[in-house]
Design a protein. Structure first.
Lengths: 182, 271
């Protein structure tokens, strides 16, 4: 994450048409955006698409950033909304699930897969959560955002975030418990 | 167990409580609360054990490439296709001119026909000056008809040129004015070029076909850039050719030139 001062400077440069500033912004946030997208989408290929769409939106709407929240939180919000959109589209247009794609010729692929992959039981449990609960749990418990930051990123009241995180954890615990039992 | 208790237990489990005394007392005094607390702890611990997800190098490269491709498409000037009636209006205008001229010619012809009834009018003028006048008039008519036909051709060319994304060259044989390129598009082109590996212009250009490669090479020559070569991906949708000095290393100091792939002219960058 970049510092607030750097964030506002960067976004101002992006708005003024400085492409290098946008590249800098991307490099600073791309891993966390991808991480959130992967956890919400549950699929690498779809997560990459969502991350790309997130940065496209970020570029197009950079001028709308008011600085009322941290830039990182604003970007999380775009990422979550992008994921929601893509999940909705996927729901309307069900397609055959393709396996996660990682180019075998990429030497860093295996390491990244090992470090990035969720434990299968957690992954499955997270996928089974309703998208709204999943996003709240991912931002709060995986990305380490505070409740107010999560609320800001999701655009919902803090009380609603608490409720979603709480219920999400409950469902996860139930799912993990069932998996352990089986 | 009250809703308030559930929130307290959840907050205790994720460590966000400032004062845990009351919450701990609650968990220790109530079995249901303790079970709730333990289930939260299990989930939080499982999630905390997950390492951050990272992209592979190839995934990052693909993300940047695809993103800049989209942004470049955004920055490209929008091609506005004129409605069908607008295109036909050119042709209609041309036809109108032709019909009008035909009418004028017919009328002139009618006069001479009616004049032909007068034998004196059929007699050649002694000095032949009227012959010359007729020839000139015929030439004038021919020129006007020719002009009318050119008007139609130009109109159609304009329409088709607009369809093709440009109205610069209406096919009337006049010198095509040089276009300019906005800084944003230029920056995107340069950004893409800088992301190309290897960082030398040698073999850094890729073409969708041999024909495209030939066209691009010819275009660069036509633009008078014999010491330059194309860099980047070039296909049928390419609007601009980015060139650098032959063998130039691509770095921050590299000077890029942009050639309009349609007119084969060097573009100036404005903005």
């Amino acid at each position: 994450m970049t510092s607030p001062g750097t964030d506002s400077e960067l976004i101002a440069r992006v708005v003024s048409g400085d492409r290098n500033a946008f590249n800098e912004l991307m490099r600073a946030h791309e891993d966390r955006v991808f991480s959130v997208c992967l956890r919400i989408m549950g699929d690498r290929e779809k997560a990459l698409d969502a991350a790309q769409e997130t940065f496209l939106t970020l570029f197009r709407k950079a001028g709308q950033f008011k600085g009322e929240s941290a830039l990182g939180t604003w970007i999380y919000r775009i990422a979550v909304n992008t994921c929601y959109d893509q999940l909705r589209k996927a729901k309307r247009r069900p397609s055959e699930h393709l396996p996660d794609h990682v180019d075998p010729s990429d030497p860093s692929a295996e390491d990244a897969m090992e470090s990035a992959a969720l434990r299968p039981d957690i992954e499955e449990a997270l996928k089974a959560l309703p998208a709204e609960f999943r996003a709240a749990v991912v931002l709060s418990d995986l990305e380490g955002l505070s409740m107010p930051e999560t609320a800001n990123a999701l655009g919902i009241p803090v009380g609603t975030v608490k409720s979603r995180v709480f219920r999400g954890r409950r469902l996860l615990a139930k799912k993990l418990g069932n998996q352990t039992a089986s | 167990m009250h809703r308030h208790d559930l929130n307290t237990i959840a907050a205790l489990a994720d460590g966000s409580l400032k004062d845990e005394t009351t919450a701990r007392a609650l968990v220790e005094s109530c079995d249901e609360c303790r079970i709730e607390y333990e289930s939260h702890r299990v989930v939080i611990a499982a999630l905390a054990a997950v390492e951050p997800a990272t992209m592979t190098d190839l995934e990052k490269a693909a993300l940047h490439r695809d993103l800049w491709t989209d942004l470049r498409a955004d920055a490209a000037p929008a091609v506005k296709t004129p409605p069908w009636w607008y295109r036909w209006s050119y042709a209609a205008a041309g036809v109108f001119v032709v019909v009008g001229l035909v009418g004028v010619v017919s009328q002139l012809g009618g006069v001479s026909t009616s004049d032909s009834a007068a034998p004196a009018a059929l007699e050649p003028p002694a000095d032949g000056t009227d012959d010359l006048a007729v020839l000139e008039a015929d030439k004038g008519e021919a020129d006007e008809l020719g002009a009318a036909e050119t008007t139609i051709a130009s109109a159609e060319d304009v329409a088709s040129a607009e369809d093709a994304g440009t109205a610069e060259d209406a096919g009337d044989g006049t010198e095509t004015p040089s276009r300019s390129l906005d800084v944003a598009t230029f920056s995107l082109l340069v950004e893409q070029a800088r992301s190309i590996e290897p960082t030398s212009s040698e073999a850094a250009a890729t073409y969708s076909s041999d024909e495209t490669a030939r066209r691009a090479a010819d275009c660069v020559q036509d633009a008078g850039l014999s010491a330059e070569e194309v860099i980047g991906e070039v296909d049928v949708s390419t609007m601009y050719l980015l060139t650098v000095a032959i063998g130039e290393e691509i770095d921050a100091d590299t000077v890029f030139t942009v050639v309009d792939f349609e007119t084969c002219k060097v573009l100036s960058v404005e903005g």
